[in-house]
Design a protein around this ligand. Structure first.
Ligand code: H2B
Length: 98
């Protein structure tokens, strides 16, 4: 799970994700919500999932926007763990109205 994915594997993974790009060797997505409460609720829902995976996002919140960068620090790039967390974020965001 902690092996860096090849460019080809990353390209294939991006096709299964919603709105993610590869930016500076990280999976990147900007989530927009109705307001701050929805954005922060999304972060609160994601946090225990990330903690259970022992895999934590680089993210920041400004009002209704959550900017996310996913990489595996230990591997120095994108791994299957990042793809898995991105998928979980997509699912949670969809039910949070992103
Ligand atoms: N999160 C991310 N995004 N990348 C990591 O390499 C990572 C992590 N490593 N969360 C974990 C924690 C590691 O530091 C602990 C010791 O398991």
């Amino acid at each position: 799970m902690r092996e860096k994915l090849s460019q080809q594997e990353i390209d294939a993974a991006l096709l299964q994700l919603h709105g993610w790009t590869l930016a500076e060797n990280k999976l990147h997505r900007v989530f927009k919500f109705a307001d701050f409460t929805a954005a922060f609720s999304f972060m609160c829902a994601v946090a225990p999932v990330a903690e259970r995976m022992d895999h934590h996002p680089d993210w920041c919140n400004s009002y209704n926007t959550v900017r996310v960068d996913l990489s595996t620090h230990d591997a120095g790039g994108v791994t299957a763990n990042d793809v898995e967390l991105a998928k979980a974020m997509d699912t949670i965001a969809a039910s949070a109205g992103a």
